[in-house]
Design a binder for this molecule. Sequence first.
Ligand SMILES: CC(C)(COP(=O)(O)OP(=O)(O)OC[C@H]1O[C@@H](n2cnc3c(N)ncnc32)[C@H](O)[C@@H]1OP(=O)(O)O)[C@@H](O)C(=O)NCCC(=O)NCCS
Length: 197
Amino acid sequence: MAGPRDPPGPDVGQPRRDREVASRAGRRADQGPAPRSLGEARDGRVSALTVRRAVSGDLRDILRLLADDHLGRDRDDPANAEDAAYREAFAAIDADPNQFLGVAELDGAVVGTFQLSFLPGLSNRGALKVAIEAVRVDSALRGGGYGGQMLSWAMDYARGRGCSGMQLKSHRSREGAHRFYERHGFRHSHVGMTRPL
Ligand SMILES: CC(C)(COP(=O)(O)OP(=O)(O)OC[C@H]1O[C@@H](n2cnc3c(N)ncnc32)[C@H](O)[C@@H]1OP(=O)(O)O)[C@@H](O)C(=O)NCCC(=O)NCCS
């Protein structure tokens, strides 16, 4: 899997504004989840993911993944990928050097996504932190280790940018995701709170 320590290349965390790569997922939302065989080699081994910065052509796939979830399905719909609200939000993320919206590809199809927000601060001699959110793996592929590969990539990338810690908030109902994060070294060290504004 490509990572930030790999030799520089177009797929390794670099903006690809010069070539807007349309998604090659080849699958519409109304066609249902990806076949379970996606990513399985003939000998049954699981393929490695390629992680890269998202381009605007990935928007529909990212929305499909965000909606592919018990909390996300009422919030987002890939059919609305052309809406100005999504286009403008994507442009704002893409233009912000403290944001990294990632997609993970398997055999040319977008099967995962996550967003990193880099958080500069004064505390601890200006230690840079990073928040990870909007983490999704295609529901047809969950439990196959792809989320782990994607998270490891994200942690390596953030380390490469000098981050001293990663934080996240996750809805209480996501018990499986909490086990997943704990297995990857996250601890319930703080209490997160939210409120509408
Ligand atoms: C959480 C998630 C990104 C992990 O990706 P993944 O490819 O399933 O992860 P891995 O295969 O590397 O690890 C599997 C672990 O993920 C967790 N998990 C969470 N939701 C899961 C699901 N629907 N199916 C399978 N595993 C899930 C489990 O802890 C599982 O470990 P277990 O088998 O010991 O219980 C993915 O399951 C997902 O997109 N879930 C729905 C959205 C979500 O909760 N995102 C996190 C938001 S904070």
